[in-house]
Design a protein around this ligand. Structure first.
Ligand code: WTA
Length: 655
């Protein structure tokens, strides 16, 4: 799109609060976007100065998407420390300001905590000393498996201070998944807690960790935070975090890290095989997280920002911890769930802490919409200014409810499209700059050059009113750098299908105005309640069960979750299908991966539709799961076309 098109289009901004103009208005957007793609060196040289550098960078962008030579470097000769940027540089100006408001799972049992930047400094230094004493140094990996408690942020920032690389494992993952990640990145230490309270229930994190560690090297140490104080087992490898922090020094000099040194690894699901360790950098990532946080949410000094995600996902990394803290914000860390103790919890927290920007997932909005507007209306939400959505396309009904019932028609909704791999927002409206369209992610953020490709030929589709797969033409600073110790997999996964482009895995439409609409994944990744799940992972968990011969997993539309998990299961010869076995398999997958991977529907499949070469025809399975078998397409190439009739007759998702 030309600058002129952008200016025309942007002539009707969504909101103009004259008492507090947005950081970026429509004209700024057009001008800045044009510069960001026409002269990225000048643009990012300026934006790179948002953060403090120990040694300033001279080189800005040095990136290549060339086949066989994908290499991404930003600010490569600069050095910095991420924790110093998130803490130390704020001490003089806002040491006594609240950095983190911690909101516990059960508000009737515990009070919120207000942690100032000074407090944060003390705790992070102490934790860094504790980790150092356990043998952690620059470049070592530390796995974090914690509830949503302040120690999770301390641990992340302590690693960053030392220059160690953290890898957070969502507390809902099973011991097996945890063990695989500890081994995958060869972690020296795993940090966990006794229990994780959530929605009034407690997950035994410490005993999960013990189980995981049975499959890990003896040398891995376990640092245990006391959360509930309930009883746990204790072994020789365990260290008491609370006791060690109490006696540790509150001073720790931040290490000078190269801009390209990894800040963290985060495992995420792909279309094939086991989860990949997505590696993010220190410099480019932080610049991008900080900038998107400030501009996309139109964050102003003194605002209270709440992202409801868990730090186990990338959203929590970028928009609970790194982005907000780099900007000296007050960020909320919420331990609970939207519906506990009741369906008004989100709104009660918004009112209590006078939240200005609220960021959540469509699945939560749909669940709360179902509970009724009265839960929202009970609470004073007059401080809300910007609402955000992330994780999956938001349906217009949920968008309207969010806009009218929560935002009272006064709060722009930023529908932010991005991925674990992208580090920060890629396509999003900007408050005060974009004329909003319910359900559209709309415009590229600065430096992001989206292209729509024809899926089969890979040709670029120009013009508006078109649809295809979403790729990105050039690098942006928040981009992942590699897959942990597998650069070849990185190249193959993201640059293998469409040479010279980063392939998102999503389909998209560019409408007549040039706005982007994400149409969902085009690969075998499903999005369950905004959480990414590879169908291959669920399949391999199912076939690991002794009674299962084969399985195929697909997504299907689900009213609240967005997508549900639909599993076709072929049993071993001689095994009989039964409701008990179905339950057993559900529990099995929960234990193998975690509750988020539990199939919603399991269909017994005497056979799966396969081509003569043995490839499962997933397209057919997806259609049957969607309860739409009118257009199954050509089934004549199947080895045994009759299996399709059986699957249709016994389908589980009948409307
Ligand atoms: C989907 C989450 C539509 C998309 C930050 C993407 C979205 C995957 C949106 C990444 C959105 C995320 N509209 N779809 N606003 N945001 N997605 O890695 O399919 O957990 O590829 O990162 O979520 O999920 P991930």
């Amino acid at each position: 799109m030309t600058t002129e098109d952008l200016l025309n289009k942007a002539s009707q901004p969504a909101t103009q609060d004259t008492s507090r103009p947005p950081h970026v208005n429509a004209q700024d957007y057009a001008r800045m976007y044009a510069e960001s793609v026409n002269d990225p060196d000048a643009f990012w040289a300026r934006e790179g100065k948002r953060i403090d550098w120990i040694k300033p960078f001279q080189t800005v962008k040095n990136t290549s998407f060339a086949p066989g030579n994908v290499d991404i470097r930003w600010f490569e000769d600069g050095t910095l420390n991420v924790s110093a940027n998130c803490i130390d540089r704020h001490l003089e100006t806002r040491g006594d300001q609240t950095a983190i408001i911690w909101e516990p799972d059960d508000p009737n049992k515990e009070a919120a905590l207000h942690i100032t930047y000074k407090d944060l400094h003390t705790s992070v230094c102490k934790m860094a000393n504790v980790l150092t004493d356990l043998g952690v140094s620059k470049g070592d990996r530390v796995v974090i498996y914690l509830p949503m408690i302040p120690e999770a942020a301390y641990a992340m920032l302590a690693c960053a201070r030392i220059g160690a690389i953290h890898s957070i494992v969502f507390a809902g993952f099973s011991p097996d998944a945890l063990g695989a990640r500890i081994n995958g990145c060869d972690a020296k230490v795993v940090i966990t807690a006794d229990y994780a309270p959530r929605g009034g229930r407690e997950t035994p994190l410490k005993s999960n960790t013990d189980t995981a560690l049975l499959h890990c090297k003896d040398s891995v140490k376990c640092l245990v935070v006391k959360r509930t104080g309930s009883q746990t087992t204790w072994t020789d490898r365990d260290h008491d975090c609370n006791a060690l922090m109490a006696s540790a020094s509150d001073d720790f000099a931040p290490a000078a890290m190269g801009a390209e040194d990894p800040l963290f690894i985060l495992y995420t699901s792909g279309s094939t095989g086991q989860p990949k360790g997505v590696v993010h950098s220190s410099g480019g990532y932080l610049v991008y997280a900080a900038m998107t946080h400030e501009i996309v949410f139109d964050y102003h000094q003194g605002d209270v920002f709440w992202c409801t995600a868990d730090v186990g996902w990338v959203t929590g990394h970028s928009y609970i911890v790194y982005g907000p803290l780099a900007n000296g914000a007050t960020t909320i860390m919420f331990e609970g769930v939207p519906t506990f103790p009741d369906a008004g919890r989100f709104w009660e927290v918004c009112a209590k802490h006078k939240v200005n920007q609220f960021y959540t997932a469509p699945t939560a909005i749909r669940a709360l919409m179902g509970a009724g507007p009265e839960w929202v209306e009970k609470h004073d939400l007059s401080d809300l200014r910007v609402l955000g959505s992330v994780g999956e396309p938001i349906n217009p009904e949920a968008w309207n409810w969010y806009n009218e019932v929560v935002g009272k028609g006064n709060c722009p909704i930023v529908d932010t499209f991005w991925q674990t791999e992208t580090g920060g927002h890629m396509l999003t409206p900007l408050p005060g700059a974009t004329q909003l369209k319910p359900g559209a992610a709309q415009q590229p953020f600065f430096g992001v050059q989206p292209v729509v490709l024809e899926p089969t030929s890979g040709e670029v589709i120009e013009g508006n009113g078109v649809e295809g797969v979403l790729c990105i033409k050039d690098s942006w600073p928040g981009q992942m750098r590699t897959v942990w110790q597998d650069h070849e997999r990185f190249e193959k996964t993201y640059f293998g299908d469409y040479k010279g482009y980063y392939f998102s895995g999503d389909g998209c439409r560019r409408d007549e105005d040039g706005d982007y609409w994400i149409t969902g994944r085009v690969d075998d990744v499903i999005n369950v309640s905004g959480h990414r799940m590879g169908t291959a992972e669920v399949e391999s968990a199912l076939v690991a069960h002794a009674k299962v011969a084969e399985s195929a997993v697909v997504g299907y539309p689900h009213d609240v979750k967005g997508q549900g998990i639909y599993a076709y299961v072929t049993l071993m010869n001689g095994e009989e299908p039964s409701d008990e076995l179905r339950k057993e398999l559900e529990v099995w997958v929960r234990t193998e991966i975690g509750p988020i991977a539990k199939p919603d529907l399991i269909q017994w499949a005497p056979g799966l539709p396969k081509t003569r070469s043995g490839k499962i025809m997933r397209r057919i399975l997806r259609k049957i799961a969607e309860d739409d078998f009118s257009a199954l397409g050509d089934t004549s190439t199947l080895a045994d076309p009759s299996v399709v009739d059986d699957l249709i007759n016994n389908r589980m998702n009948r409307s």
